[in-house]
Design a protein around this ligand. Structure first.
Ligand code: ADP
Length: 363
């Protein structure tokens, strides 16, 4: 069993505190993605788990064993980095087996492990090539193969796809997910890309300024963000946010449009409370071009300012009480800028946040 447990883990660089006492329990076989904006402390956290960075406080346990003072090689982890420097003068086979050779493993054991990793990653045809003769994606697969051959308890990935172009990144994402399904190891994966986090993770750990803001499944974070930071970080396009004020069960948006306060927040808001009203583009759709119409809705007449056709749907930018919001048009037809359209807002899918704290108000 290889759970990874962080208890009140702190990292200080001199006076600067990069990680503020985080607690996190990762289950055996779980794929956990640490995500957040640049500088939020995700790489530092991963490097502390790997043993590449000393911890300034707290405790890290891998498989029930406290590893605070163990060097990286005794933690039974494998790390795949963004710069997956392969040895240029070695073949793929030699690159794959190198760490086992250094560890003086028997020759037949090395051959078996290398063959197994090559099979899992589809490298069989490439074994005698040198890195210069491989594509970016193939090199990344060799880098992952190098991690697999050691049969680690935990894989640590530090932004492994950020050097690849968009198309290759999508392909490799699928390969990493397949790899996890095949080998079933615990994976801790760092990225700044919310799409990678959403598509790969069993659970996402969203960090900001050295703190964990929210931990949950991708859909937990998407559907029930704890604050406006999560609401706008997770999901594309980001959630629309419009300032509003509550008065007698009515929400007045930006001094213009009035709506009834969504049921999820109705009993929790007070008169005069300043809020931020949030909704996703998917839940504001032109009448006649929408999907899923169950639940409470509100009709809004809005003027379209810009369109972005995406094929199956068109993203519409529209003016809502002076704020530019994004809406989705399904079964799209051409829309001219300036066109006034009737929209339906799925009120049950909307969010209310306290304006001062940014925290979700949800029953
Ligand atoms: P992320 O991976 O989320 O981009 P990092 O974990 O790399 O963030 O960094 C977290 C914070 O710690 C940042 O403010 C960064 O500047 C700081 N930091 C990281 N490494 C060092 C270091 N070796 N010395 C001093 N400060 C560092």
């Amino acid at each position: 069993m290889t759970e990874v447990t962080l208890s009140n883990v702190v990292k200080k660089y001199g006076k600067h505190q990069a990680v503020h006492g985080i607690d996190l329990g990762i289950h055996d076989g779980e794929f956990v993605v640490l995500v957040g904006p640049s500088g939020c402390g995700k790489s530092t956290t991963l490097r502390m788990i790997a043993g590449l960075e000393e911890i300034s406080g707290g405790e890290i346990a891998i498989g029930g064993r406290v590893v605070n003072d163990l060097p990286p090689r005794e933690r039974n982890i494998s790390m795949v980095f963004q710069n997956y420097a392969l040895y240029p003068h070695m073949t793929v086979r030699e690159n794959l087996g190198f760490s086992l050779k250094i560890a003086k493993r028997p020759v037949d054991e090395i051959a078996k492990s290398v063959a197994e990793a090559a099979g899992i990653l589809g490298l069989d045809e490439l074994m005698e090539r040198k890195p210069a003769e491989l594509s970016g994606g193939q090199r990344q697969r060799v880098a992952m193969g190098r991690a697999i051959v050691r049969h680690p308890d935990v894989f640590l990935f530090d932004e492994p796809l950020s050097n690849l172009d968009a198309k290759l990144r999508t392909q490799m994402r699928v390969e990493i997910k397949k790899l996890h399904q095949k080998v079933g190891n615990t994976i801790i994966y760092v990225t700044h890309d919310q799409v990678e986090a959403m598509t790969l993770a069993d659970r996402i750990v969203l960090m900001r300024d050295g703190h964990i803001v929210q931990v949950g499944t991708p859909l937990d974070l998407f559907n029930t963000p704890v604050d406006t930071f999560v609401a706008t970080f997770i999901g594309s396009p980001p959630m629309n946010l419009v300032d509003g004020e509550v008065s007698g069960g009515t929400l007045s948006l930006n001094g213009g449009i009035e709506l009834s306060v969504p049921a999820s927040a109705r009993s929790l808001v007070r008169d005069g409370q300043k809020v931020r009203f949030g909704f996703r583009a998917d839940n504001l759709m032109p009448v006649g071009h929408s999907v899923e119409e169950e639940g409470e809705t509100a009709e809004l007449d809005l003027s379209v300012t810009l369109t972005e056709p995406l094929g199956t749907e068109t993203l519409l930018f529209a003016d809502l009480a002076g704020v530019e919001v994004q809406a989705k048009m399904f079964n799209p037809r051409p829309v001219a800028p300036g066109e006034a359209m009737k929209f339906r807002l799925m009120l049950d899918k909307t969010h209310v946040f306290d304006a001062a704290s940014g925290k979700a108000i949800r029953g």
